[in-house]
Design a protein around this ligand. Structure first.
Ligand code: FAD
Length: 414
């Protein structure tokens, strides 16, 4: 792209991807004029609250092929971009700019301070250093492109219009952002919430809020479609949550919305055992613990004692019974509820752990080498505004950082 004095870049949105785009552009060429228009009064609002205030900034997955598989929408398109800028690059960038990071056993990467403020301070320091102007209270209402003047006209609610030669849309999941993209010729794919908990009301879960299981197998059935996940599960006041379940909500986001959040969930509390193997395990257990009460199952990471007791009650099997007294029929009953425990999902939880929007600018309309629109030259889009979203774990921010990096490099390349 030819850069000259008339190159003036406007970014709409001072969120994660907008701010990172501005910094990247200036790092590559400090002489370029870049400004950001933000409707709110503060930058990086979501970064601040992200990861429970700790900011799960990216994920410890440096194999770009495996990394791209963490995106229910966008996995094919992100393969190329991740070869340009991936979590390892973000970690290195943060380190170079004074933010040390650490990763946790599940792969999530956080600043060592455990505070999103470290990321915000770092970004704002760079914004100041490069003298990037952020115009707060500038809600963009309309954008048009003048072919004769080769520039975009940006109109605000109650402010003077501005022009620019290159425009970056970084408006996240905002409705206005979708409207602006549409006005510039883009299709917005069907929108649906992603990364949420499930509302489940079931006697087996009653009064067990807070109980967690370290490793369960999950299978969600919606109409004839099946979605699977494995990992930690948590019982809440409302129903079910935990990393594995929230990831499941991402894979099935559209189908769940289409089915008014009604689905059947099967939980396997012993995911390493098939039905036969679990039957043999319990038979063996019965032999070895014949004189012990049923309440005394050696509780592994897969089964919580309180849940087990509640399950026995639900199945009308006395927990005072000895293992030797347990009939084969009862073992089968137990297996059905341990291996294929069926729960009715009755709605979407209201607790927003990490909430992201599925859907946005159609991926077909974006060149993923540059993040430039195929509909309008010199128009770019980043982050959540695109029809791209990841499962929980830092993947959504990585999409923001990678798309920002590509825009900056595309604008620089001559
Ligand atoms: C509670 C919560 C926790 C999260 N935690 C994590 C996490 O730990 N890890 C992770 O990877 N992801 C997390 N996410 C998701 C992540 O925050 C987003 O995917 C990411 O912020 C998207 O970046 P973005 O730049 O595309 O959009 P945003 O960060 O949403 O920024 C968009 C900006 O554009 C502005 N804007 C919108 N419309 C206009 C307009 N018309 N004119 C001017 N300005 C406008 C908005 O005010 C906003 O500042 C979390 C999300 C939530 C809600």
């Amino acid at each position: 792209m030819n850069l000259n004095e008339s190159t003036k870049i406007a970014i709409i949105g001072a969120g994660a991807s907008g701010i990172f785009t501005a910094i990247q552009i200036k790092e590559l060429d400090p002489s370029i004029s870049v400004c950001i228009y933000e409707e709110g009064s503060r930058p990086l609002k979501k970064v601040k609250i992200s990861g429970g205030g700790r900011c799960n900034v990216t994920h410890h997955q440096f194999d770009t092929q495996v990394l791209s598989e963490k995106y229910p929408r966008g996995h094919k398109e992100l393969r190329g971009p991740f070869t340009q800028f991936q979590p390892l690059d973000m970690v290195a960038w943060l380190k170079k700019h004074g933010v040390d990071t650490k990763f946790e056993s599940d792969g999530r990467i956080f600043p060592v301070t455990n505070s999103s403020e470290s990321i915000i301070e770092c970004f704002l320091h760079e914004i100041k250093k490069h003298r990037i102007l952020i115009h707060y209270h500038h809600p963009v209402e309309n954008i048009s492109y003048s072919k004769s003047d080769h520039e975009f006209k940006i109109e605000f609610n109650g402010k003077n219009p501005q022009t620019c030669s290159h425009l970056v849309l970084s408006t996240g999941s905002s409705k206005t952002g979708h409207r602006l993209a549409k006005a510039l010729g883009h299709k917005i794919t069907e929108l649906a919430p992603s990364l949420f908990t499930f509302k489940v009301s079931d006697p087996r879960l009653q009064d067990l809020a807070g109980i967690s299981f370290q490793d369960v197998g999950l299978q969600l059935e919606i109409q004839k479609k099946k979605f699977t996940e494995r990992g930690p599960l948590l019982i809440t006041h409302w129903g079910l949550s935990g990393p594995a379940l929230i990831r499941l909500s991402a894979w099935a986001a559209r189908e769940l919305q289409d089915n008014q959040y009604q689905a059947n969930l099967k939980i396997n509390f012993f995911p390493d055992y098939k039905e036969d193997a679990l039957f043999n395990y319990l038979l063996e257990y019965k032999k070895e613990n014949a004189k012990k009460k049923l309440s005394k199952l050696t509780f592994t990471k897969t089964m919580s004692k309180r849940y087990w007791l509640q399950l026995l009650e639900h199945l009308q099997i006395s927990s005072n019974k000895l293992w030797s007294e347990l009939s084969k029929k009862e073992i089968y009953k137990l297996i059905a509820d341990c291996n294929q425990a069926s729960f009715r999902v009755q709605g979407k939880g209201i607790f927003k752990e990490e909430f992201v929007t599925c859907g946005g600018i159609s991926r077909k309309e974006i060149d993923f080498k540059t993040m430039m629109s195929k509909k309008q030259k010199k128009l770019f889009a980043t982050g959540e505004l695109l029809d791209i979203d990841g499962i929980t774990g830092g993947f959504n921010f990585q999409n923001a950082w990678t798309s920002a990096y590509l825009v900056a490099h595309a604008i620089q390349s001559k």
